[in-house]
Design a protein around this ligand. Structure first.
Ligand SMILES: Nc1ncnc2c1ncn2[C@@H]1O[C@H](COP(=O)(O)OP(=O)(O)OP(=O)(O)O)[C@@H](O)[C@H]1O
Length: 201
């Protein structure tokens, strides 16, 4: 599904990614781990085309990934570290928008609101949410739409204990459904429960 070949990236004279290669098959999860500042977010951004790598390649199903292609965006659900929301669009409207863009049913919006514990704040605007609720909205935006590749940057952040338990089971279910999962994490328990392999930066 996803193949990363010798990806390199520097910011100015500072090398961040120094030749990374790995693969993620459908139904597999790969964890990206490493200390603060080691390049996890940068790598995930390069995977989805939110950042340009200097050399190397990212292939999806054997073809160089083109983030401007509708087919790549239809395949890929991502929650990166700089997620942002329209300040005047409510929680439920954000999810309806995602569902509509990707051809999901209206019913899936109610299901995901319930699953992420967001039903009670469905009509609130993002600035009124707690930071954990805003993070849940980001996760909900990934799960309300079809996906073959799921890219998550520290999905555990700001989740309460029940939320982390839910996340572990959700990511296992994603694998069981054949989704290829790449996630950066500082949560060793999550990594051990979900990842088939880890890439250490
Ligand atoms: N846009 C940017 N311009 C310049 N340097 C950057 C930029 N983005 C990240 N960096 C630098 O690249 C390095 C890797 O940052 P990155 O955010 O990828 O690390 P990380 O592993 O995700 O860290 P954390 O665990 O703290 O989230 C850091 O030294 C950071 O300062």
């Amino acid at each position: 599904m996803l193949e990363v070949r010798d990806v390199r990236k520097s910011y100015g004279d500072d090398p961040v990614l120094t030749g990374l290669s790995f693969t993620v098959a459908a139904g597999e999860a790969v964890a990206i781990i490493g200390r603060n500042g080691s390049g996890k977010s940068t790598l995930l951004k390069c995977l989805v085309g939110a950042e340009r790598h200097d050399s190397g390649s990212v292939l999806v199903d054997g073809v160089v990934r083109d983030e401007s292609a509708a087919s790549f965006r239809a395949l890929t659900a991502a929650l990166l570290d700089d997620a942002d929301y329209f300040p005047d669009v409510s929680v439920v409207e954000h999810l309806r928008l995602q569902a509509w863009l990707h051809g999901s049913s209206e019913g899936s919006v109610a299901e995901v609101l319930d699953e992420l514990g967001l039903s009670e704040v469905a009509d609130q605007l993002p600035p009124m949410l707690s930071s954990g609720q805003r993070h849940r909205l980001g996760l909900a935006s990934c799960f309300v739409r079809p996906r073959g590749l799921l890219v998550l940057d520290e999905p555990e952040q700001r989740l309460d204990v029940q939320g982390r338990t839910w996340l572990r089971e959700r990511l296992k279910a994603e694998k069981a459904a054949g989704v290829a999962v790449v996630f950066a994490s500082h949560d060793q328990e999550l990594v051990e429960a979900v990842a088939d392999r880890s890439v250490v930066l």
